[in-house]
Design a protein around this ligand. Structure first.
Ligand SMILES: [Zn+2]
Length: 148
C-alpha cells in the first residue's frame, strides 16, 4: 500500500511539451504536476486494465504521509473507487523532470497494489508484497522509458 522512499530515476529526455526545458514557478509546477499525473494515470489504468475504476490523484504534504513513504492508496472495492496520494510538488526536492518521473513511479506502484487488491491480505505478507510491487513497477517503467 505504501511506496517507500527510493532514488529517483533521472534517465529520461524531456519529450513532453509540458516539461520541455524550463522550470516553472511553484504554483505552475504543482498544477503541471497534477495535469501530468492525471494523464499518466489514465494511460496506466488502460495498460493495467483498471479503467472500470474511478481513481483520483491527490497531492499531499510530506507530513500527511507515513514516514519514509512517497505515496499511498486507499480503495473501496465495492464502489471501484480509489485515491492515490502522491507527495506534493512543493515538497519534492528533485529537479522538475525527475519529480514527474518519480510521481509516475508512485502512480504505477499504487496501481499494482490495486491489481493485487483481490488477493488475500495479511499483515505478515505486507513486506513481501511491497518487494514484489517495487519490482513490477520498476520493470514496467523501465520498459516504458526504454530509449528506441
Ligand atoms: Zn507499496
Amino acid at each position: 500500500m505504501i511506496r517507500h522512499t527510493r532514488v529517483a530515476l533521472i534517465c529520461l529526455l524531456a519529450f513532453d511539451p509540458l516539461v520541455s526545458g524550463q522550470t516553472p514557478a511553484d504554483s505552475e509546477r504543482a498544477q503541471a504536476a497534477q495535469t501530468y499525473s492525471t494523464e499518466r494515470l489514465a494511460l496506466w489504468q488502460q495498460r493495467l486494465k483498471l479503467t472500470d475504476w474511478h481513481i483520483t490523484i491527490s497531492q499531499v504534504r510530506r507530513a500527511d504521509l507515513k514516514p519514509k513513504t512517497m505515496g499511498g492508496i486507499s480503495w473501496d472495492k465495492p464502489r471501484k473507487s480509489a485515491t492515490i496520494w502522491v507527495l506534493s510538488a512543493s515538497d519534492y526536492q528533485l529537479p522538475y523532470r525527475a519529480m514527474l518521473d518519480d510521481m509516475e513511479l508512485t502512480i504505477v506502484h499504487e496501481l499494482v497494489h490495486l491489481e493485487l487488491a483481490s488477493l488475500p491480505r495479511k499483515e505478515a505478507s505486507r513486506s513481501v508484497e511491497e518487494h514484489a510491487v517495487n519490482g513490477i513497477a520498476d520493470a514496467l517503467l523501465a520498459l516504458d522509458r526504454k530509449q528506441p
